[in-house]
Ligand binder design. Structure first.
Ligand SMILES: O=C(O)CCC(=O)C(=O)O
Ligand SMILES: [Fe+2]
Length: 216
C-alpha cells in the first residue's frame, strides 16, 4: 500500500472548504413574503474554524436593561463592522461566496458579521426580528453559518397567527455544524425568530450572521 498517497488523500478530504450553494440550497417559502433558505453541510471539516473562533474571538458578555433590572444577555457576542478584519480567513471566503450567490436578488453585498457564542443549552436568543436599521421597513437577508453543537432556530409569524395549513405556531430548523440558513424577503418584519434554551446536554455553538450595511 502506498502510504504517502493515502495520507495525501486523507488530507484532501479533511480540508476545510465551502461546498456549492447552487443546487443543494433549498428554499422554504413562508407566508407574508418571507422565506428561509437552508444549505446543510455548507462548510465541510469546520472543526478548525470552530476551535479558532472559540479561542481567538474577544467575546463580550453583555448586560441589558429589562424593565427595572439589569440582566445578563444569555450568550456571548462580538460584532465585526463593515471593513473590519474578520477573525478567520474562512469567514471572509464565506461572506464573499454568499455575496456572489445572492448578488442578483439582494442587490448589495453582505458586509458585517455578528458572532454569537451559546456556551451550553442555557444560552439562547429570545423571540425577535433583526429590525434595527433598514430591515425595519424593507426586505433584507440575514445569512447564518452555524458551527459546533446543533441548536434549533425557530420562527413564528409576528402577528401571532399559525403556520399556514397547520395548527402549529412555530417552524423549527435544526442547525448542525457547518449548516447555512438564510432568512430573506420580509422575514425580519413579518416573522420573529429565536434560538430557545434546551435541557439537552449540548456543548457550545457559534453562530455567524452576515448582514448588509445598516441592518442589525
Ligand atoms: O444563533 C443564531 O443563529 C441566531 C442569532 C440571531 O438571531 C441574532 O443574533 O440576531
Ligand atoms: Fe436575529
Amino acid at each position: 500500500m502506498d502510504l504517502t498517497l493515502q495520507g495525501s488523500l486523507l488530507d484532501l478530504t479533511d480540508e476545510m472548504s465551502l461546498r456549492h450553494l447552487g443546487t443543494a440550497t433549498r428554499r422554504h417559502h413562508l407566508t407574508r413574503g418571507a422565506w428561509v433558505d437552508v444549505r446543510p453541510d455548507w462548510l465541510s471539516a469546520g472543526d478548525e474554524l470552530f476551535t479558532a473562533l472559540l479561542h481567538d474571538v474577544p467575546w463580550h458578555a453583555e448586560r441589558r436593561q429589562m424593565y427595572d433590572s439589569v440582566v445578563d444577555v444569555p450568550r456571548l457576542t462580538k460584532f465585526y463592522a463593515a471593513g473590519e478584519r474578520l477573525p478567520h480567513p474562512m469567514l471572509t471566503t464565506a461572506r464573499e461566496a454568499l455575496s456572489a450567490h445572492y448578488a442578483d436578488e439582494l442587490g448589495e453585498p453582505f458586509v458585517t458579521a455578528g458572532l454569537c457564542l451559546y456556551r451550553d443549552g442555557r444560552d439562547s436568543v429570545a423571540w425577535h426580528g433583526d429590525r434595527i436599521g433598514r430591515s425595519r421597513d424593507s426586505d433584507t437577508m440575514i445569512a447564518i453559518l452555524s458551527l459546533g453543537s446543533s441548536r434549533t432556530l425557530t420562527l413564528r409569524p409576528r402577528d401571532g397567527g399559525t403556520i399556514e395549513g397547520t395548527s402549529q405556531k412555530t417552524l423549527r430548523f435544526p442547525l448542525g455544524h457547518g449548516d447555512l440558513v438564510v432568512m430573506g424577503g420580509s422575514c425580519q418584519r413579518t416573522w420573529d425568530h429565536a434560538v430557545p434554551k434546551t435541557s439537552e446536554a449540548v456543548g457550545p455553538r457559534i453562530s455567524v450572521q452576515f448582514r448588509v450595511s445598516g441592518v442589525r
